[in-house]
Structures are given as structure tokens and as C-alpha cells.
Ligand binder design. Sequence first.
Ligand SMILES: [Zn+2]
Length: 392
Amino acid sequence: MFRNARLADGRVVDIAVKGGQIASLKGGTAAKETVDLGKRLVLPGLVEGHIHLDKGFIGEPWKPHRPCTAGFNVRERVEFEKQALAKARSVPERAAAMIDLCVAQGTTSMRSHVDIDPQAGLSNLEHVAAARDAHKHKVSIQIVAFPQSGIVTSPGTRELLDEAVRSGADLIGGLDPAGFDGDIAGHLDAVFDIAERHGVGVDIHLHDGDLLGVFEIEDIARRTKALGLGGKVAVSHAYALGAVPRDVVQRVADTLAEAGVAIMTNAPGAYTFPPVQILHDAGVNVFSGNDNIRDSWWPFGDGDLLERAMIIGYRSGFYTDAELALAFEMVTSHGAKALGLKNYGLVEGGAADFLVLDAQHVQEAVVARPKPRDVYKAGRLVARNGTIVASA
Ligand SMILES: [Zn+2]
């Protein structure tokens, strides 16, 4: 029984938890154990919609960023990354460190992309799947089989992706069909073929810019509709939507909403990123995640999704309470929808995944990102003030 829980709408309630789920928000008397939350704000567990558990250097000595030799080049970045990871600790050690970093700040569910290529084979998948099982008392993890080295231009990857989905990956990923593979139809045929045959969702990294990126996004929407995959497909990044005129964005937004394709953005660095409010107003599910954290791609990131919501709001020019609430929804309910989480939220029957912190409301939580947080997974305290307290 969690007494004196202040909800986002200001109500102070007693949350009864049974079997890891919220049994009631009206309290009750018979409780084996009672926790007084002292009217602190209770928020639903944060949903990390896009992370790479096999890439981060958390827990490693500082690794200075190595820039590309001549302008940003994804192929060169992938090569630099392979060299850096070869000298880092093992995937299980680094994945565990990143999971704990995120959980300590309130993340209770996440979607991790995992590199699949002929060099790594399925080893990263096996390690991250093992981490998913080992840490399931703290966080629920779903895995995307991610072709970081392409599909069409990386012989053997298509078969490996298929095998990855057969051996436990929850979704099939993709990467810049034009910009990386130079073959939009070939790349998307492979991705959607696997999705169709195995009945899994799709989450495609798309950095391709301007009208090329828009063309690919519309192609993805068309395929999603044709295969009846609405609600199970996401485009991550979609930089192009931040670079094209508003009438084009509006047209694509309507297409995405109709097809049921979600957009993930982490509002990264100096890149263009999708206009969140326009997409949201058109009915597109817009969610977020930290993506790269202290890895070969960039030195930033601390796993805090409230920080991520602030960055999105800051870069979007979000000032009003409604806008700040949207930034918050992107790391909570919108993420839950994109991930297809069942029983999400502070409602009767919802999973008892929540965090407790000192803020007046959601808006203040986004702008102030107060750090002292108690994090509960299935009703059990898993982290307090940045430290993991639960063992398996
Ligand atoms: Zn990513």
C-alpha cells in the first residue's frame, strides 16, 4: 500500500498494489506492507523508446570522440565503432551498466536496438537477451534486430536478421535504405518480408534527409498499410521531417497517422528533427528515447528520460503547460503505445511501475528534472536516489 501518493492531476491517493499490479487507487485497509510517499509526485514509469544497450561505454574509462575524417559518414562511424568496441569490456558488462544507469532514473521499460551483422552474427542479440532476462525484475526490455552495417550491401545479413527474429528479437529494424544501402526497395523488401512472415513490428533508423527521406517515410507508410501492420511500425529519427516545408510535413503527417506509423525522435545535437507538435496534432504517435549514450557516436547522454523530454521541449520551443505535457507524454504514454505495452499507467489494472520525486506536477518534472527519485518496478523498490537497491 502506497499512501499519500500525489498524482499528476493533483489528487492525493492511496495506491494498493497486488501481484505487481495496481489493484486500486482508493486505498483500503488490509495491507501487508505500507509505504508513506509523503505527498510526493508519483509518475508512471519512464519508457525508453530507443536505446542501444550493446554500444555504450558506461563504466569504461573516458573515450575521447573520434570524428569522421571528412564530414559525417555513417559507414566510417560504424567502422570506428567496431574498432572502439573491440577494446571495450564485454557486451554483458556494458549492457548491465547502461540498464542500471537508466533504471536508477526511472526507466521501467525500454526498446533496445541490437547490432546484427556478419561479423558480430547473433552474439550481441544473445548477450542483450541474457541481460533482458537477468534484469527483468528492474526493467522490461524489447529487442530490435538492427542491421547497423546495412542489408543489401552486407551479404548474409538478411539471413541473420531472419534468424535473429526467430531466436527472440521482438522487432525487425532497418537503416537508411537509400543513404546506407543505396537500394530503397531492396532494403524495405527485406525488412517488411521478415515482419510479415514472423508477425513482428518494425523500427527503422532513418537519417536520410530532405525529400529523399520523405520519399522513404511515405514508402514505409504504404507498406505498413498494405501489410496491415498499423500500430506496430516506427520510424526512428526521421530527420527529413525537420527539413522540408510545412505543407510537405502536413501531408506526410496525415499519411503516417492513417497508416499507424509512429515517429521516434531524441532531438539530437545539431540535426534537424521532426516537428513534434504538428505530427502529434495530425494524430501521429510521437515518442522518444535516449538513443546513443556515451558511445562511439557521441559523448552525450545520461539515461535520464526527463532530461530527454526537456531537450525535446527546449529544441521544439515548447513553453506552455500543454506543450511541456506533450514532451512528457513522449517519454511515458506515447512510448508505451509505440512499444505496445499492456497495462501501462497509474490506473487500476496497470503495472505498478512508477517513480516518486519532488515536483509539483509533470511540467516541473520536465523543466527541473529533480534527481532524487524512488523507482518502483511491479510494486517493488528497485532504485533510490540514483542507486540500484533491488537484486534479482
Ligand atoms: Zn539508434
